[in-house]
Design a protein around this ligand. Structure first.
Ligand code: IPM
Ligand code: MG
Length: 364
C-alpha cells in the first residue's frame, strides 16, 4: 500500500523523536510491503525564523495533500517573549482548528516493565489502562475575546471558555463509542459547580448517555478527577474532557506511565475506525513538548512519538497488524531493559534516542 505522510518535526526534541518514528515506519514498510512517502514541512519556532509565521502556507498544503500528519513538538524559550505577536504554539493550534481535529485520543497505560519508573507506589499502578479523550478545537484555547489591554486601573487580560452544543455532543459521542469498544466505563469531566460551560457540558453528557445504556457513566468535577487519577487510576477507562482540562490531566496522567515521553496521541476529525480511507487527514503527536533543557543531546525518549506512529497506522491507514507489531516491539524492548534517561530510574541499559529507535525498529 502507498500512503503519503506529512512530517512536521517542529522544534527542540521534536526532530529527534520524529527521526526515530521514521526509522520505525521504514521497518514497517519493509516488513509489510508498504510505501510510505514522506514530505517534510516547517512549523513552530523554526518556521517563524525562516518565514515569519509558525504555519507557512506550504506546510498547510503539504498537510492537505497527505494521508496523515506526523508531528513532533513546537516552542522554545527563544520565542517566548510575551511581547511577540507570533508564537510557535499558534502553528499547531491553527492546524488543529483548520483541519477540524476536535477529538484528541491520549491513551495512558502502565507498562509492567516501567512500574518502578513512576514515583507512585506500584500497588496504585497495577491495571492502569485508560484513554483520555480531550476536546481539541474549542474552549479557552480558541474562544473570543482573547486579548490583553491596559486601562487607567492597570493591565487586563481575558480568555473565553465557550462551547457550543454541537462541539460538546460530538466529543462525548466519540467518547461513548470508544467506551463501547473498551471496558464500557466513561468519566465525563467538568466543573459544573462553577462554570456555565460545564453545566451545559453535564446536561449534554446526561442526554447522550441515555443512548448508551450499557456504558457506566460517572460525572466528575475536574479537581476531584485530578486527585482520583493519582489515588485510584485503574478505576478509569475512558475520560472525556474539554480542551484545557484535558491538557492538564494528561500531563498528570503521564506520571503514571513513568514519563511524559511515553504518551502518544491521535487528533481526529471523526470517529476513529470510521475515517479509514476517508479523505480527512488526522494528526499524530506525542503529548510532550520540545523539552529545551535536553534538546540536541540525543537523550529524549522517542517512544511517545513511535507509539503515535502506531496509532497512525491503525487509525488512518487501517493497518492493525502493522500497528500491533510496533506496539509489540516497544513492549519487548522495555522488557529487555532498554531505557532512555527519563525512564532509567529502575536501572536497565541506558540508551540514546537513536539507539532506542534502532532497537525498536529492529524488532519489527
Ligand atoms: C499539548 C501541548 C499543546 C497544548 C501546546 C504546545 C500548545 O501542551 O499538546 O498538550 O496545550 O495543546
Ligand atoms: Mg499539553
Amino acid at each position: 500500500m502507498r500512503r503519503s505522510i506529512a512530517v512536521l518535526p517542529g522544534d527542540g526534541i521534536g526532530p529527534e523523536v520524529v527521526t526515530e518514528s521514521i526509522k520505525v515506519l521504514e521497518a514497517v514498510g519493509n516488513r509489510f510491503g508498504h510505501d510510505f512517502v514522506l514530505s517534510n514541512g516547517r512549523i513552530g519556532g523554526n518556521a517563524i525564523d525562516e518565514y515569519g509565521t509558525p504555519l507557512p502556507q506550504e506546510t498547510v498544503e503539504t498537510c492537505n495533500q497527505s494521508d496523515a500528519i506526523l508531528f513532533g513538538a513546537v516552542g522554545g524559550p527563544q520565542w517566548d517573549d510575551p511581547a511577540n505577536d507570533v508564537r510557535p504554539e499558534d502553528g499547531i493550534l491553527a492546524i488543529r482548528k483548520s483541519l477540524g481535529l476536535f477529538a484528541n485520543l491520549r491513551p495512558v497505560k502502565v507498562y509492567p516493565a516501567l512500574i518502578n519508573s513512576s514515583p507512585l507506589k506500584p500497588e496504585y499502578l497495577a491495571g492502569v489502562d485508560m484513554l483520555v479523550l480531550r476536546e481539541l478545537t474549542g474552549g479557552l484555547y480558541f474562544g473570543k475575546p482573547k486579548k490583553r489591554w491596559t486601562t487607567s486601573r492597570g493591565r487586563r487580560g481575558v480568555d473565553t471558555l465557550k462551547y457550543t452544543e454541537l462541539e460538546i455532543e460530538r466529543i462525548l459521542r466519540v467518547g461513548f463509542e470508544l467506551a463501547m469498544g473498551r471496558r464500557k466505563k466513561l468519566a465525563s469531566v467538568d466543573k459544573q459547580n462553577v462554570l456555565e460551560s460545564s453545566r451545559l457540558w453535564r446536561e449534554i453528557a446526561l442526554e447522550v448517555s441515555e443512548e448508551y445504556p450499557e456504558v457506566e457513566v460517572e460525572h466528575i468535577l475536574v479537581d476531584n478527577a485530578a486527585m482520583q487519577l493519582i489515588r485510584n487510576p485503574s478505576s478509569f477507562d475512558v475520560i472525556v474532557s474539554e480542551n484545557t482540562f484535558g491538557d492538564i490531566l494528561t500531563d498528570e496522567a503521564s506520571v503514571l506511565a513513568g514519563s511524559m515521553g511515553m504518551l502518544p496521541s491521535a487528533s481526529l476529525s471523526s470517529l476513529p475506525g470510521k475515517n479509514v480511507l476517508s479523505k480527512r487527514v488526522s494528526l499524530y503527536e506525542p503529548i510532550h513538548g520540545t523539552a529545551p533543557d535536553i534538546a540536541g543531546q540525543g537523550v529524549a525518549n522517542p517512544i511517545g512519538s513511535i507509539l503515535s506512529t502506531a496509532m497512525m497506522l491503525r487509525l488512518s491507514f487501517g493497518m492493525e497488524e502493522e500497528a500491533n507489531s510496533v506496539e509489540a516491539a516497544v513492549d519487548s524492548v522495555l522488557i529487555e531493559g532498554y531505557r532512555t534517561a527519563d525512564i532509567s530510574s529502575d536501572g536497565g541499559e541506558l540508551v540514546s534516542t537513536s539507539a532506542m529507535g534502532n532497537v525498536i525498529a529492529n524488532q519489527i
